[in-house]
Design a protein around this ligand. Structure first.
Ligand code: NCN
Ligand code: DMD
Length: 380
């Protein structure tokens, strides 16, 4: 499966323009690859960068229930407290969004329990309740979701992108998540979809487990995988059985890339696991993705390798132009879409370069005119 002709044309124009700018060829490094991917993702040259949105999907996980498996150092109720904090405009992601000129949609797609909300700035944050479940079931013991639940969660993600594009014309989306315990399903999905043998290779500390906690979490993932081994190796089935509502909604948001011609900025590890699901469901999605940040969570490297391999296939370009490297390597491991938001000014910067910079021909012509003028002045 390949990308569309209009994507190919936009990427070609961007590369041609970058190669002709007043600079040595390739001297803007990954900012050039980013500019090409932005045009390719939007199937537009120049790209549209006026409206920026972060959508944060929130959900809870049976594997993190208070009496369940001890996979996170934090209590499950933090998921709903952080949703409240985001809606109040007091979270890390809302601070970054305010600074970077990004508006925020928070979507409860599967949080457990009821909570009150206090909106402080509706021009910054909007909240949507589209619950498909009250937290998932414990993936170590049974399927996390039913087929109707996972399908409904994917639709929540798809609809969220549609709504924002149709209302605001936004073509750049940072996608993020909030869900205590969700590094466990993300690790399980990744291990299964990449066909890895041992979850220990990619399970990490998440919000801060110690070495013993990481081993316990890997054993929980292994139990889920053992239960899952008899099910078909189909990305949607893997997502249903081992995933979470917010992971499914993120996958749904990424799946809108090809139909809606939008750029989708992937945050950290959990977001990358959702991107892997989406790309396994529709390889063309890879030509719409920009990975914002390198997470210290060890599993993300495996995912990025696979996404890059698929992207090179889809864009039919074996060069490193097929997908930019993760834009930031700052040790970010918060989630909430925070890394994706922090990277958005770089997307604007790459678009500005495509728009504003003189061509090398103009600069060289001016240089030779000035040299000629000097010569004439000396001859007089
Ligand atoms: O994005 C990442 O790379 C990342 C890495 C570790 C933790 N997180 C966030 O922390 C929560 C999951 O961590 P845990 O330890 O509860 O599984 C969830 O709310 C994520 O947003 C996010
Ligand atoms: C406080 C807190 C904020 C978060 N944001 C994303 N995941 C999180 C996990 C915790 C624990």
């Amino acid at each position: 499966m390949t990308m569309s002709a209009s994507q190919q044309e936009a990427a070609r124009k961007a590369r041609e323009r970058l190669d002709g700018l007043a600079k040595p060829k390739g001297s803007l490094g990954q900012l050039e690859v980013l500019g090409v991917q932005l045009c390719r993702a939007q199937a537009r040259f120049p790209p549209e960068t006026d409206a920026l949105k972060v959508i944060i999907f929130a959900g809870d996980h049976g594997v993190a229930n208070p009496d369940a498996e001890g996979v996170s150092p934090f209590p499950q109720a933090v998921t709903q407290s952080m949703v409240q904090t985001m809606v109040a405009g007091k979270s890390c992601v809302t601070s970054l969004a305010r600074t970077c000129g990004v508006t925020v949609d928070v979507v409860d797609v599967g949080v457990k329990g009821e909570y009150a909300l206090v909106h402080r700035d509706e021009s910054l944050v909007r909240f949507y309740r589209h619950r498909v479940c009250e937290g998932t079931a414990n993936l170590a013991q049974e399927s996390a979701m039913s087929r109707p639940e996972v399908e409904a969660a994917i639709k929540v993600g798809r609809d969220a992108v549609d709504r924002v594009l149709d209302e605001d014309g936004t073509r750049i989306f940072a996608i993020g998540e909030m869900g205590i315990g969700n590094t466990t399903p993300a690790s399980a999905i990744t291990t299964r979809l990449l066909g890895l043998e041992d979850p220990m290779a990619l399970v990490g500390p998440g919000t801060g487990l110690d070495a013993g906690g990481v081993r316990r979490k890997a054993a929980v993932v292994a139990r889920g995988l053992a239960r899952q081994a008899s099910l078909p190796e189909d990305a949607l089935e893997v997502l249903r059985d081992l995933g979470g509502a917010e992971i499914a909604a993120m996958a749904g948001a990424y799946l809108q890339g090809p139909a809606r011609e939008v750029a989708l900025v992937v945050d950290g590890f959990i977001s990358s696991a959702a991107a892997l699901v989406a790309v396994k469901m529709d390889a063309r999605v890879a030509s719409h993705l920009i990975i914002a940040t390198q997470s210290p969570e060890p599993g993300q490297r495996f995912i990025i390798e696979e996404l890059r391999r698929i992207a090179a296939d889809v864009v039919e370009d074996a060069s490193s132009d097929a997908m930019p490297d993760p834009l930031l390597d700052l040790g970010l491991r918060l989630g909430e879409g925070s890394g994706a938001v922090a990277a958005l000014p770089l997307l604007k910067a790459s678009a500005g370069l495509l728009r504003d910079v003189a061509t090398l021909d103009e600069v060289l012509a001016a240089a030779s005119a000035s040299a000629e003028a000097d010569r004439e002045a000396q001859e007089k």
